[in-house]
Design a protein around this ligand. Sequence first.
Ligand SMILES: C[S@@+](CC[C@H](N)C(=O)[O-])C[C@H]1O[C@@H](n2cnc3c(N)ncnc32)[C@H](O)[C@@H]1O
Length: 337
Amino acid sequence: MVYVDGFAGPGRYSGGEDGSPIIALKALAAHGRKLQSVFEFHFVERDRRTVDALTANIAALRDEGLVVPSTSISVHPRQSVEEAYDQTIAPRLAQTPGAPAFALVDPFGWTGIPMRIMASLMNRSSTELLLNFMFEEINRFLSHKDQPENFDALFGCPDWRKADTLSGHARKNFLHDLYRDQLRRAAGARYVRSFEMLNDRGASDYFLFFATRSLLGLRKMKEAMWRIDPAGGMRFSDATNFNQQVLFEPKPDTRLLRRMIEAQFSGTRATVRDVELFVLEDTAFHAGHYKKVLKEMEGTGHLTPVSPPPKRRAGTYPDPDLTLDFAARHSPLSLTD
Ligand SMILES: C[S@@+](CC[C@H](N)C(=O)[O-])C[C@H]1O[C@@H](n2cnc3c(N)ncnc32)[C@H](O)[C@@H]1O
């Protein structure tokens, strides 16, 4: 398994908080299962002192016994992520085409993370990308006279110029949607979701884009995002489609999910698998959420399983091939609901 952190930072901050490299290494060490794989971590960092701090923090982690033995860790002191990627990381990934990879791209700005690198990552059979799209900075510098080349590279197309005539939400939505669509179109990601991070004034600070070609990757990422405790003061929501924005809360809004499932399936027949794919691909929710909704709908007669096995317990959906008959939306049943 290959883990790439493009803008690694020191690994530990003066206040004692862990940075992304140490978080990743600790997560591996804390993994509950006995893993057979070999792990390879690549940390790229430009600043010399930060590289030294990171190297020392990794050594301290090893001393504490918190680095899994079959792990190789490379810290790349490079002026540019592009250079490190082209010269070292891409050739290494090419040597291990079957190895799953995870790339974290967490820059300070928008330069040095061209769409062509995202395309190269997505070209592999199993890569997950998590990228910090610094919306606030990008938005502020979009019209700067020195930046067109950098924005062409970031978006992988010239269309960002159309944001010139837009302002406020329309501008934000346009830039977000352009980047999302470019991850699909230009980079070849099959699944893209974005998470909007709101600062304490409720303003949009940045977006995290997640991209992958793997349905399993999408499923796991969603589960991970829903598990994050929002208590830290940071609020975030799934913003992939702005007209369906869903705030991540300890208790998911399953009424909203029910409306989405009804809008999609009312008056039709679909298998449990169809519902799961729809929920995973087209909504903010994860696979665990929809079973609760199906159970509720079955309980109120809004869906009926077609020829279920005699021993099936009502309100349970272990068989993905089970066909469900969804009542039409304007049936007397939904009027009395
Ligand atoms: C936002 S911080 C990363 C924080 C890190 N992900 C964490 O969780 O602690 C960005 C880091 O990237 C480094 N950096 C900035 N530009 C870079 C570049 N072109 N190549 C490599 N590293 C760079 C900075 O020195 C800084 O440490």
